[in-house]
Design a protein around this ligand. Sequence first.
Ligand SMILES: CC(C)(COP(=O)(O)OP(=O)(O)OC[C@H]1O[C@@H](n2cnc3c(N)ncnc32)[C@H](O)[C@@H]1OP(=O)(O)O)[C@@H](O)C(=O)NCCC(=O)NCCS
Length: 178
Amino acid sequence: MKIQLLGAEDIPAFSKHLHQCLLENTDPALSVYAPFLKEEVRSVEVIEKKCRESWNRPLHEKGWERVWAMMDQGQMLGHVDLNSGRMTTELHRTYLGMAILNPNRGKGIGRKLLNHAVEWAKAQPSLAWLDLYVFQHNHAAIHLYREAGFQEVFRRDDAYRMRGEKIADLAMTLRLRS
Ligand SMILES: CC(C)(COP(=O)(O)OP(=O)(O)OC[C@H]1O[C@@H](n2cnc3c(N)ncnc32)[C@H](O)[C@@H]1OP(=O)(O)O)[C@@H](O)C(=O)NCCC(=O)NCCS
């Protein structure tokens, strides 16, 4: 197994992988972790287009994204992504997302990917903060984020309503440099 920064040649495989992750989020047998309904899951083509537009963009331009995957014998087991915000004035901050495909969870892959992304972000002089949002019921993710040094900034109760439940959303942040 190894962590790989993805490039243009990986876009088709990654788009399928991310589509699969988003479908898992709509599987009633699994816990929900992102605020999307099944009919809102992005198609493989839409994901590919976004990757092509964002992966090459420099960090001083809004709309950049970098993605790392845990690879095993050519298969993507999970990924972590870092994105710019929407505004030029927030380019000192980056937003993190991650997902491990269900059969691969609980094997230490999430922790390794998270630590890798944090170390990369710390090495970028332009970045000062790493932000993320996580559902309050997502104990495994919150556990990892706390251990990596993230602090809770605020909680929005009843942020989303899914599967008949009111879901609280937690904002967490990590200071990369002062
Ligand atoms: C959350 C997620 C990224 C974690 O990745 P992972 O590879 O499964 O995690 P790891 O195996 O590296 O570590 C799991 C840790 O969480 C802990 N954990 C698992 N379930 C837990 C729970 N219910 N409460 C608290 N901690 C829990 C494990 O004990 C382990 O910590 P430890 O090593 O200190 O014992 C992964 O489960 C996932 O992709 N979930 C669905 C997508 C998601 O939630 N993404 C994050 C959205 S913000």
